[in-house]
Ligand binder design. Structure first.
Ligand code: M6R
Length: 609
């Protein structure tokens, strides 16, 4: 995945491009570049490495250009080098293009273009785009873009600049996001609203198949050859929400924002008597509800882990079979899905291509689809039958924290909603749970306040950790998976999560003196077995950190360190237990001096297969 920026207007373009790229650096950070139109020629500056390297290369030579495009890259085809960085040019250096996505038929197109005499400079799939535009350009960039995209298979958000159209940018999108910011006599393209919030709150979200033309006089959008209207979205979140707000890293800010984010997710969705969850977004008929015989959840990474918690609670309260599928694997199966299946797609960005394709597969097989998304009007949100937004505000750190916790919140709310709608639980039975759910933001706040300092102390010793294990049973196992992912992705400590009962079927062979084990112990029924597991690990020298309730004296006694959670019903525990695991990963990464917000090889949302 990559970040795109484009600008047309009266102002000097260079600082706008650089700021726009910086705001989207989380989307990809292995190389970056810009192309502006200056003195009748395209000026191209590209560089391997972070945007700071590009900025240095540009220096103070901002020039007078008022139109340009920029790109921050997460490499797919072609390693991160200066030459593979975007923008890419045509043979005559007259057309520059940035692109996010993958052109699946690029080899075929490249061969066709080579035969026509085009010369390629990079190993990227993207480079076919400027050459196709060159091939089709006949004085009309928009028409050339229309012809170009008709040749493409795959996914793209792309913006082109042409020397012969000095006041115009042309863009197209399919399965990758592209936003238009509307200013006063000035217009912007970006992959993410966060890059534009400084300049405007009025945005258009391009839809699949859209081709847009932007000049200082305005924007026109076409689909299937005809001009179309796209609704203007007014963005209400502030610029501050997309900045660090005094925190050292976005991840820490986002961990601390979780009580607020949970409040946003809950807002307006709990009945005054706390006996029902009100999800007005869902309009299920009683017949449809009665027909559901199975739930399928599809998601990737952290969102998949949220789905695992969702499965456990739904199966317990609804007594319906729930499958949770890794979206990328789902495409290689013949899933058993029909009109009686309710599909739930979970995605913070709403743009993860594996999740999008899995969702489309569910739709083709007749399922109704609920999307749980954070990003407003994202592709998944738009294509689903129903959307439940998490309303967590922009999540910038690559490691997902507030998105996960609010996805959990929505999965609880959806479960309670369905429990009532399906007649599985009465308002009276739901009330104690809903009432506690409603107060979870305070409990999360308390968890952060009480545990941040002790976790910082534990993390200091983590510089030397090479491996770590996370164990739990039932709901605690589902959260262990998320704890291990957080630690791996930002601190590069090898971490594995295990269902505690599985240890003795192999993994316990890896336990050597001082190896750290996070033992999540919130579920009361399996507690005696967890205690036995801890004791077994300690007999082999492990350093065990127990995450548990204050009344679990035995867990506290057998653990080397205990992190105590404020009391809630154990069914709701995942929303609290994940917090110390996020903090542990964060402080471990800080102790190891890792790049917390932009871990190596990763990108915020994966819009390639
Ligand atoms: O935007 P999505 O929720 O669809 O993203 C899915 C995963 O790529 C994402 O959750 C990833 O695993 C996290 N960055 C991990 O912290």
């Amino acid at each position: 995945m990559c970040g795109i920026i484009g600008y047309v207007g009266p102002r000097q373009v260079m600082p706008i491009l650089l700021e726009g790229l910086k705001a989207q650096e989380y989307r990809g950070y292995d190389s970056a570049g810009i192309a502006v139109l200056e003195d009748d020629a395209i000026r191209l500056i590209r560089s391997k490495g972070k945007i700071a390297v590009l900025e240095k290369k540009i220096g103070s030579a901002y020039g007078s250009a008022t139109i340009g495009i920029g790109h921050t890259r997460w490499a797919t085809h072609g390693s991160p080098t200066d030459t593979n960085s975007h923008p890419h040019l045509d043979c005559k250096n007259e057309i520059a293009v940035v692109h996010n996505g993958i052109i699946e038929n690029y080899l075929e197109l490249r061969n066709w273009l080579l035969k026509k005499g085009h010369v390629f400079a990079s190993q990227t799939d993207t480079e076919v785009l400027p050459h196709l535009l060159e091939e089709f350009y006949d004085g009309d960039l928009l028409a050339a873009m229309m012809q170009t995209v008709s040749k493409l298979h795959g996914s793209y958000a792309t913006v082109a600049l042409c020397k012969h159209d000095p006041q115009k940018l042309v863009a197209a999108r399919r399965d990758n996001p592209l936003i238009i910011g509307l200013g006063d006599g000035e217009y912007y393209f970006a992959s993410d609203m966060a890059a534009l919030i400084e300049y405007t709150r009025e945005m258009l979200i391009l839809q699949n198949g859209d081709i847009a033309e932007m000049t200082p006089d305005g924007v026109r959008v076409f689909n299937d050859g005809a001009e179309v209207e796209r609704q203007i979205q007014h963005i209400s979140w502030s610029k501050k929400a997309a900045q660090k707000g005094g925190y050292k890293h976005f991840m820490l800010k986002e961990i601390h924002e979780q009580p607020w984010a949970l409040g946003q997710t809950l807002k307006g969705r709990i009945a005054a008597d706390e006996k029902a969850v009100e999800l007005k977004e869902l309009e299920f008929s009683p017949e449809y509800l009665r027909s559901i015989d199975k739930v399928v959840m599809v998601a990737c990474g952290t969102a998949y882990h949220a789905g695992l918690v969702g499965k456990a609670i739904m199966e317990k309260l609804l007594r319906l079979p729930v499958d949770v599928e890794i979206a990328s694997e789902f495409q290689h199966k013949e899933p058993i899905i029909d009109q009686r299946t309710l599909a739930v797609v979970i995605s913070q960005s709403g743009e993860t291509i594996d999740s999008l394709y899995a969702m489309r597969e569910c739709r083709e097989r007749g399922a109704k689809i609920i999307a749980i998304c954070n990003v407003l009007d994202s592709t998944i949100a738009r294509e689903a039958d129903y959307v439940l937004y998490t309303w967590a505000g922009p999540e910038i750190a690559v490691a997902s924290t507030k998105a996960y916790i609010t996805q959990l919140m929505l999965l609880y709310m959806l479960t309670f909603y369905l429990a009532e709608q399906l007649g599985k639980m009465s308002g009276e039975q739901l009330q104690p749970l809903i009432s506690q759910l409603y107060r979870l933001p305070e409990k999360v706040e308390q968890t952060i306040t009480q545990l941040e300092a002790p976790i910082k102390r534990i993390a200091r010793g983590m510089k030397t950790w090479e491996d770590a294990f996370f164990i739990g049973r039932g709901l605690d196992y589902a959260v262990s998976l998320e704890g291990a992912l957080k630690l791996k992705e930002i601190s590069y400590i090898h971490a594995e999560a295990y269902a505690a009962g599985e240890l003795k079927h192999g993994t316990i062979a890896l336990i050597v003196p001082d190896v750290p084990v996070m033992a999540i112990c919130t579920q009361r029924e399996p507690m005696p077995r967890m205690i036995s597991n801890i004791v077994e690990l300690q007999a082999r020298g492990a350093f065990v950190v127990g995450v548990t309730w204050a009344d679990q004296k035995d867990v506290i006694k057998v653990s080397d360190k205990a992190l105590l959670l404020p009391e809630v019903d154990e069914l709701l525990a995942p929303i609290l237990t994940v917090v110390p695991l996020q903090l542990l990963a964060y402080y471990a990464a800080v102790a190891k001096k890792c790049n917390v917000d932009q871990p190596r090889n990763l990108a915020k949302s994966v819009t390639v297969l």
